[in-house]
Design a protein around this ligand. Sequence first.
Ligand code: ADP
Length: 526
Amino acid sequence: MLTSPSLPVSGTRTSCPTLTMDELSEITQHLLRFSPDALIVIDAASRIRFANETVRDVFGYGPEELLGSSLEKLIPERFRPHHGAHTAEFISAPKKREMGARIADLFALRADGTEFAAGIRLAPFRIGSKLFVAAAIRDTTERRLANEELLVARKEAERANRAKSRFLATASHDLRQPLQTVRLLNASMSKITPDAQTRELLQQQGQAIESMTRLLNALLDIGRLESGAIEPVETRVPVDAVFAELRTEFELVAAARNVDLIFRPSKIVLSTDRTLFSQLLQNLIGNALKYTDRGWVRVSCVIENGGVVVSVEDSGIGIPSDKLERIFDEYYQVDTHGTKRMGVGLGLAIVKEVARLLGFSVRIRSTVGEGTQATIAIPAQHRLASDDSRADAPSVRVSAAPSRKGRLILVEDNEGVRIATELFLKLEGYATLTAGSLAEAEALLTQFKHGDIVIADYHLDDRNTGLDMLLRLREQRGVDVPGVILSGDLPSVLRSIKVPVPNSHFLSKPVDTTALLDAIDDLSRV
Ligand code: ADP
């Protein structure tokens, strides 16, 4: 006789009438008969001692045809030799388990000689000193096929996703050159036009170029992050130094929006990738300022439970709670009904990817109308002992001497960019010499005079970079020739530089014309 399963026969807390032993026995019989799985019980000699009605559907045998037979009757011949050993092992150390968990491809044999993929669960039990094993067997052919199809579909989706990332990275990279040209031409035209109305139009065009640049940068970032092209490089990062850079970057935007941008001083030093950590904060602070019309944005870094927590809080419009779950998705934007769309919906997707790369976790809490708090939890192993004497002091310009407008040697292989940059620099009052290739540049650099500044594209040809060229020139001349290096993939360039390059500026393409002039101005003072 089989032991009874535990059903509420008496003493239950509900007011439900309890079952009599007869009713319970009926139910047990029903369950056994019509269980969705074929149920069989074998004894220690692998003989079938019980089979339910479902064996008819699953195996094509009536239960009575199986009683007394060896279990091997249900096992395809090619598996029988192994099966004997498995059964012996199981019976010597019986425990509940899913057979399929260990034996991946389990097959069973029907009465008509066909095979099917089977999921089998075993439950040993004893009656007195006799050991029995109950087996629940189901046909998993369909599930297996569905799994295989899912696997193929997943592989295909991953392949398509990689192709998308590659396309995005290439397309956005290639779009940088023409955009750079347009940007420089816009700045040049704004400079020469005497007509106020045309200047106004050019200013609007300038804004459109800015948002195109932002979109392009975001697309390039997400492409690079998703394709796995970025590997974090951990260095010593004093949080205050990063805060100082971010303050410089955002203070004008904050002032223009009439928002107080507050950085709480912090002595914490992290071991992390400085560029990526900065990018994480840039996106969060950028959002906080974008979605705050009045009040404040506060950035802080504190120790909490041994780890570090960086917060970016704002007193802005907030995010509805039902939208919070989706804001990290690519291209997702909270319905900005009635308000101007201010982004492209990639900022937080980038935050999520960067945080994943750095081993941090990011959480956003928000209340509509009150504000939003983004917190980055940084595990304790990323915190270094702070050492004030080593703290990186923010770079301060010592000399306030007026800048001279010296000669600029421009090396840029893209003709459109070269012409537009030259025009822009000439209009700014600089004398320029230009080269369109490394060979031209080498010839031009023989005319190099003290006081000249080199402005070079980083990617000149397959083997040489603008930086190599600058370093060679420095070696020849025995002085740190000032240089501005421009790159469409600045983070990778910065990452590849192992020793600091004094007397130089590295700028991202499409270059911000003000940043270019600032860099030239700075190098002119040296
Ligand atoms: P976007 O480029 O639109 O800013 P993000 O991925 O950065 O894209 O953010 C997704 C959405 O989350 C935004 O469209 C915005 O509605 C919402 N959001 C993000 N940060 C904030 C914030 N600090 N305050 C209010 N809403 C925010």
